[in-house]
Design a protein around this ligand. Structure first.
Ligand code: F6R
Length: 243
């Protein structure tokens, strides 16, 4: 694992964007796994700038997002499809047919989940997976549990994730209780993983995930076993780690 310690959020966003940009330059038809949430927003802004400057070309890029709330249509302003459209896809020259987010309106779980795995396989697998991490160590919606969930599946949100995500909704009652998410195996199959983490609120979980035991009670700890992980984290997030 490589750890990049950055000064602050802006620096983290810049450095992580450089890694994604290098991936796109080196392999213009890369398959990128993407994440939503507050942490990657600055990174996406930087990718938009690089695209507008002609430094990176999304024309042949394929994307797969980690997750989507079950029951939210793509045009809902809290759906992850909407997030990706407004924060990245609408502003770069990606072919929308090549962008994938699990279908939160699909009521047939098998179709939604196995269908997503099949699409990833048909695309040749994920070259680079971008991740954030929840305060409880979740990646995607793989929540702390007694075992690692494997492939794309429907997951119930834990109380702590509902609490963490309610800031985006009018009320706590509006937060969907379940989501389709790539599983741990889906994520671990990516050839390269880049995780972005920022802020003092993540300091405890960063230490547990990357310097504690590998356990499904801290889902991100599994990343210690991946051969090519880059953690890009700011000083606050790394403040409890000796790095
Ligand atoms: C988002 C996702 C989540 C977030 C995590 C951190 O697609 O899968 O696991 O990465 O909840 O969210 P932020 O960045 O808002 O702290």
């Amino acid at each position: 694992m490589v750890i990049y310690k950055t000064k602050d959020y802006a620096d983290m966003s810049h450095k992580a964007a450089n890694i994604l940009a290098a991936q796109i330059v080196l392999k213009p038809n890369s398959v990128l796994g993407l994440a939503t949430g507050s942490t990657p927003e600055g990174l996406y802004e930087r990718l938009i700038t690089l695209n507008k400057q002609g430094e990176i070309d999304f024309a042949n890029i394929t994307t797969f997002n980690l997750d989507e709330y079950i029951g939210l249509p793509p045009e809902h302003d809290q759906s992850y499809r909407y997030f990706m459209q407004t924060k990245l896809f609408d502003h770069v020259n990606v072919n929308l047919d090549n962008t994938h987010v699990p279908n939160g309106m699909e009521t047939n779980e098998v179709l939604a989940c196995q269908g997503y795995e099949d699409l990833i396989a048909q695309a040749g697998g994920i070259d680079l997976q971008l991740l954030g991490m929840g305060p409880n160590g979740h990646i995607g919606f793989n929540e702390p549990d007694d075992a690692f969930a494997t492939d794309t599946h429907a997951a119930m949100l834990t109380e702590s994730t509902i609490q963490a995500n309610k800031r985006f909704f009018a009320s706590e009652a509006d937060v969907p209780r379940s989501a389709y998410t790539m599983g741990i195996r889906t994520i671990m199959r990516a050839k390269k993983i880049v995780m972005v983490v920022s802020g003092i609120g993540k300091a405890v979980i960063v230490k547990q995930a990357f310097f504690g035991p590998v356990t499904p009670h801290v889902p991100a700890s599994i990343l210690q076993l991946h051969p090519d992980v880059v953690l890009v984290a700011d000083e606050e997030a790394l403040s409890l780690c000796n790095v």
